[in-house]
Design a protein around this ligand. Structure first.
Ligand code: HEM
Length: 495
């Protein structure tokens, strides 16, 4: 057990060798960290599974962490973690680290700025392609999570990795079915792998999780370069990464495929539950439904969806989606309630860290600095009744996006961080918000939807995701829906 040195933060060694406080932390990180914060203040160190994590819990001090770029490293931890779970090469090693430095910026270059429009247009087509395959004009019941995953997994996958050539998939015969069947299998594999991820994050080798291991390898098979290169409409992100990894001669084909698996996971693992919560909270709140439906109707009307072109797919620009502030607020509120990401940096050197309060603490080389924004998202001083869903929490009195939130009478710079912040901030965040907006818009346009049992007590989250992002619900819930024969609501007779 390590001893606390002078000027170091309070230290929680726990009483179990190696594990430290891992069990208490893993059971419910939010409650555990809150209780330590109450006792020891805004900064403290916990031993978790053999490593030392110094938690910075004061949101005003987050900027001080982000300013420590020289002393605190993000890549080392992120690449080490990703290598462990996805099984790709060690890109921290000298033989790869030079070339990998050129690969990382591809995220920002292909997921942000003007190129985003193309990604959004493809996603719009793909969501509608999946919805239009549906023929449930009579009421059907399905798990809400299943409904969301079925549509969003396939649409998101095809948007990034392109569509397989149907003639090749079906041996030249069938139309349509093989692509979706192969997507359904990929979705099952994705869930089998993703479910085991928290345990792998805690250190369990994937080989002890045979089902997850097989699922990971099956997914990687689909992402071999020779197969991806045959696909139509590859995203710029995947195309550029294929070119870059092809230049790394040391990597074999399966090793390259595993690097694409990281992208598949990053693009789906948080988006699926975030979409689930956005739709769930919207359906539960009559006020949210009314406001969202009015916004969707307005935008559809503006983009010319008239009775003459009802059979044509809905097309919305990025600007139109950006202007959908009610949906934006619903999504941000759902993210606030369900996000439990942990942000981690590793100290390159011994250094002194100065908190916003002016207090100084000594940080040891090799220790991890951790931020857990869920503590801020659930702080009643910042968000009144923090466990309640308020669809317009992120709208001001003029209906614009609200950005002023306060603690101790001071305005917060960081008040909502489901996507992290600083150097490691999620590069896919703009795409993610847009694709959830597209999903909500299109499901409101194409379906009548209601929860089977609206009076059921609110779903709770499963709080054991080891800081890996958006928490899934503890269980699924039944959704009733039927297609509306492609008629946008503003063109329907009042119901
Ligand atoms: C609601 C959906 C999403 C949420 C909540 C989310 C959240 C996050 C978070 C918390 C991180 C790590 C930040 C950190 O460690 O500080 C991250 C990283 C990342 N995300 Fe997202 N994400 C979402 C969707 C997406 C999508 C759709 C994509 C891609 C198309 C994507 C691509 C990535 C990538 C590539 C990284 C790693 C960045 C790096 O290594 O620098 N994410 N995301």
């Amino acid at each position: 057990f390590r001893k606390r040195q002078q000027d170091e933060p309070p230290l929680m060694n726990g009483w179990i060798p190696f594990l430290g406080v891992a069990l208490e932390y893993g059971k419910n990180p939010l409650e555990f960290l809150r209780s330590i914060q109450r006792e020891y203040g805004d900064i403290f160190t916990c031993k978790i599974a053999g490593k030392y994590f110094t938690f910075v819990t004061d949101p005003f001090s987050y900027s001080a962490v982000f300013r420590q770029g020289r002393n605190l490293d993000f890549q080392k931890f992120a690449l080490g973690f990703s290598r462990k779970v996805f099984g790709h090469a060690d890109f921290n090693a000298p033989m790869y680290s030079g070339s990998y430095r050129d690969i990382h910026p591809i995220f920002r270059q292909t997921l942000q700025g003007p190129v985003l429009q193309q990604l959004i247009s493809t996603m719009m087509e793909n969501i509608q392609m999946v919805i239009r395959r549906d023929d449930s004009f009579n009421w059907v019941t399905e798990g809400l999570q299943r409904f969301v995953d079925r549509i969003m997994f396939e649409a998101g996958y095809l948007t990034l990795f392109g569509k397989e050539d149907e003639a090749l998939v079906s041996g030249g015969g069938g139309r349509g079915a093989p692509q979706w069947l192969s997507m359904r299998q990929a979705m099952e594999d994705f869930h089998a792998f993703d479910k085991a991820l928290p345990e792998m994050a805690a250190g369990l080798p994937i080989h002890l999780h045979l089902k997850a291991f097989r699922a990971r390898e099956a997914l990687a098979q689909k992402l071999h370069h020779r197969r991806l290169k045959r696909n139509k409409c590859l995203s710029a992100l995947v195309e550029r990464r294929i070119q870059a990894f092809d230049k790394m001669e040391e990597l074999d084909e399966h090793g390259k495929a595993r690097t694409h698996l990281c992208i598949l996971w990053a693009s789906q693992a948080n988006t699926l539950p975030a979409t689930f919560w956005s739709l769930y909270y919207m359906l539960r709140s009559p006020d949210a439904m009314r406001a969202a439906q009015a916004e969707v109707d307005r935008v559809l009307r503006e983009s010319g969806h008239t009775p003459e072109n009802l059979d044509k797919p809905v097309v919305l620009s990025k600007d139109q989606l950006d202007g959908m502030l009610v949906l934006g607020s619903i999504i941000e509120e759902a993210l606030r309630l369900s996000s439990a990401s942990i942000m981690i940096r590793v100290a390159n050197e011994h250094f002194t860290f100065t908190l916003d309060s002016g207090k100084m603490v000594a940080i040891r080389k090799g220790d991890h600095i951790a931020m857990f924004p869920q503590m801020m998202h659930m702080d009643p001083e910042i968000y009144e009744n923090p466990t309640e869903f308020k669809f317009d929490r992120f709208l001001d009195e003029n209906g614009q996006r609200k950005t002023d939130f306060y603690k101790n009478g001071r305005k917060l710079r960081h008040f909502l961080m489901p996507f992290g912040s600083g150097v490691s901030e999620c590069p896919g965040r703009f795409f993610a918000i847009n694709e959830i907006k597209q999903f909500l818009t299109l499901t409101l346009c194409y379906y009548d939807m209601e929860l089977q049992d609206p009076a059921m007590p609110p779903l709770t989250t499963d709080c054991t995701r080891a800081g890996l992002g958006i928490l899934p619900p503890k269980q699924d819930i039944s959704l009733r829906y039927r297609l509306r024969r492609w008629v946008p609501t503003h063109l329907q007779a009042p119901r």
